[in-house]
Design a protein around this ligand. Structure first.
Ligand code: ADP
Ligand code: ASP
Ligand code: MG
Length: 403
């Protein structure tokens, strides 16, 4: 059996028109001889009635909702979506079975709200595919070994898709979305962002971890383990979008890599915390954050100061913990992390200079920075985020096609 997994994101199943466009991709794959497993996200985006954010907003003003119950609530979005989409396929003459994450055999650990897949038992899916059915699986869901429903973290339908792709040895996993592929920056911010034909798992994983939400980084890691190709593509086009594989280096991409930087990503709603004073107790600070499950980023330690970032939403808790330790932390909310992603960046003369110059020309202050072999990060005030992304995209000439 030749299998493809086709995942449709929220906007791809939001309206009758987009559901028809999605159905036509499934029909194309079937007429090409594939058995198709479909993964759907909840319909639409924030504000649409059954989108994940809308469901979560039902809890606004309530107190103490258990994560376990929030998962039950969020899972409804994908369940509604799968049933509605199956209706469309059925009315077009197809035999369809809808499976929840648990019914599809997705076993996770018990971390509600951000569960990890620990096993997939695809017998149910395979039985239905063998009957010639299209199987529609609710994205984002699993169940732990005791049967408790879990969700896989925001954006987790991508993870469902690639994990099923691995479990079923699919030929390819198609991630259908509202952009034509993976671009050099978020096209909502940079109009002239250019689509990449081919990227490696490592490259896109890096971009995704820096905030490019076009695909979930965990989904990429899972596909990478078994070398299952991913295509990120538009629901509203026949174009094949961006191919993600182990070694993607077309001529074009090789040229991109030589150019050091090939993509800009951004993460909004970041808070910077600084603790000053001789001999700041670095280990106690980070141990405490880890103990409370607060993930810290952009860490910079000097004998006089510790600085790091956390998500805005946990900043108050982090500050309270530091107060309790006897520190006088300084908090700066509403920052944004902008990342220049590339290859061989560390130590290459001129790369950091280019970043600093581009931001200085826009009068954007760098609050903090860090670098690795593949990425340079700068922290800026949130009000400068869009201008910073655009300036860096321009400065590295990422809109220009490489030759
Ligand atoms: P879906 O609901 O289909 O999963 P998402 O909203 O999660 O869609 O992801 C698609 C969005 O990712 C696009 O609308 C785009 O704004 C955003 N995005 C961010 N960075 C990039 C990038 N480098 N390339 C393409 N899209 C990006
Ligand atoms: N509906 C979930 C979310 O909005 C999962 C997904 O769309 O991938 O996070
Ligand atoms: Mg998504």
């Amino acid at each position: 059996m030749r299998i493809v997994v086709q995942k449709f994101g929220g906007t791809s199943v939001a309206t009758p028109e987009s559901r028809l466009a999605a159905a036509s991709h499934i029909e194309r794959a079937r007429s090409d001889g594939y058995s198709v497993v479909v993964v759907v996200s909840a319909m639409g985006r924030r504000g649409d009635p059954y989108a994940t954010d809308s469901l979560l907003s039902l809890l606004d003003g309530t107190d103490g909702v258990a994560k376990r119950e929030a998962d039950l609530l969020m899972a409804c979005g994908e369940t509604i979506s799968a049933v509605v989409f199956a209706g469309v396929l059925r009315s077009r003459g197809h035999a369809v079975t809808v499976l929840t994450g648990a019914q599809a055999g997705i076993v996770t650990n018990g971390e509600f709200g951000n569960a990890r897949i620990v096993d997939i038992r695809p017998d149910h899916i395979l039985a239905k595919l063998n009957e010639g059915q299209i199987v529609v699986v609710t994205g984002f869901q699993g169940a732990d070994e005791t049967g408790e429903l879990t969700t896989l973290g925001r954006g987790g339908s991508d993870t469902t898709a690639t994990a099923l792709g691995v479990a079923l040895s699919a030929e390819v996993v198609d991630i259908f979305t509202d952009v034509s592929g993976i671009m050099t920056a978020d096209p909502r911010i940079v109009k002239e962002a250019r689509q990449l034909e081919q990227v490696t798992y490592n490259e896109i994983c890096n971009l995704a971890y820096q905030g490019a939400k076009v695909i979930h980084p965990r989904a990429v890691e899972i596909a990478m383990q078994r070398n299952i190709p991913i295509r990120v593509r538009s629901t509203h086009s026949e174009d094949l979008g961006t191919l993600v594989t182990q070694s993607a280096h077309q001529l074009e991409h090789g040229a991109l890599v030589n150019q050091n930087a090939w993509g800009i990503a951004h993460t909004a709603n970041v808070a910077q915390i600084r603790v000053e004073g001789e001999g700041v107790g670095t280990s106690s600070i980070f141990a405490l954050m880890a103990e409370r499950g607060i993930s810290v980023d952009l860490i910079s330690v000097t004998p006089q100061q510790v600085a790091f970032t956390v998500a805005d939403e946990v900043a108050d808790v982090a500050i309270r913990l530091l107060d309790e330790l006897g520190y006088q932390p300084q908090l700066r909310r509403n920052c944004a992390k902008v990342s220049v992603v590339g290859a061989g960046m560390t130590g290459v003369p001129g790369v950091m200079a280019r970043i600093v110059t581009a931001l200085a020309q826009e009068k954007i202050e760098i609050l903090q920075s860090a670098d690795s072999h593949t990425t340079i990060w700068v922290l800026v005030d949130g009000s400068h985020m869009v201008a910073a992304v655009r300036a860096l995209h321009r400065s590295f000439c990422l809109a220009a096609a490489m030759v």
